[in-house]
Design a protein around this ligand. Structure first.
Ligand code: SF4
Ligand code: SF4
Length: 194
């Protein structure tokens, strides 16, 4: 399709276009208001009124396959499962996983990550790292939005300990309690910022 380069006279004076925009905005506003009034009166309507979800205090259920915050999974004895194979870091399109591998003192364990970090400000939450991992050592099944930290970019880098602790917390409390804890942290953070 050929794009029209020139504006017409009416478009150039803007007033008509502004009026058109306002007509759409107020049309939607009044339409929604009317639907809400009908709903409040208990009337069923063919259309659904637009609803603002007051996140994070209210939320819609996440789909089962929602890719939430990362966690590093653990063996039953609490040891990290990750074998420092670097496949997740290689697959990551945002280049936001940093791993430092190290020899393990246990001769049965070949390698483990001395350092494992995810820069959550760079992460695009695509889940490729989870797909790439051959030993199920990283998951994004927390069902939560990315963590919110104070306004220092360094604080958004989640280290190995944070990612491991998340697995323990999920195991101990379950996803709903984890969400409550997340909300409490966000509310405290809002109090500091506001
Ligand atoms: S979710 Fe995607 S962008 Fe984020 S760490 Fe994993 S692979 Fe990288
Ligand atoms: S999380 Fe999985 S893919 Fe990434 S380094 Fe560890 S074992 Fe390899």
């Amino acid at each position: 399709m050929k794009r029209r380069e020139e504006m017409t006279f009416l478009e150039r004076i803007y007033v008509v276009e502004i009026a058109k925009g306002l007509r759409v905005t107020f049309g939607k506003l009044l339409g929604n208001l009317w639907l809400h009034v009908l709903h409040a009166l208990g009337r069923k309507t063919a259309g659904a009124a637009g609803v603002a979800i007051q996140y994070p205090n209210v939320r819609r259920p996440y789909p089962a396959r929602y890719r939430g915050r990362h966690r590093l999974t653990l063996h039953d004895n609490g040891d990290i499962k990750c074998t420092s194979c670097f496949l997740c870091a290689t697959a990551c399109p945002a280049r936001c996983i940093y791993i430092e591998a190290s020899e393990h003192e246990d001769p049965n364990v070949e390698k483990f990550p001395k350092r494992y970090e995810i820069d959550t400000l760079l992460c695009i939450y695509c889940g490729y790292c989870v797909e790439a991992c051959p030993v199920d050592a990283i998951r994004m099944d927390t069902g939560l939005h990315p963590e919110v930290y104070p306004a220092d970019p360094r604080l958004f880098i989640e280290d190995k300990e944070t990612l491991m602790e998340r697995s323990s917390l999920l195991e101990e409390h379950g996803p709903e309690k984890l969400y409550e804890m997340h909300i409490q942290r966000m509310q405290q953070f809002e109090k500091i910022v506001i």
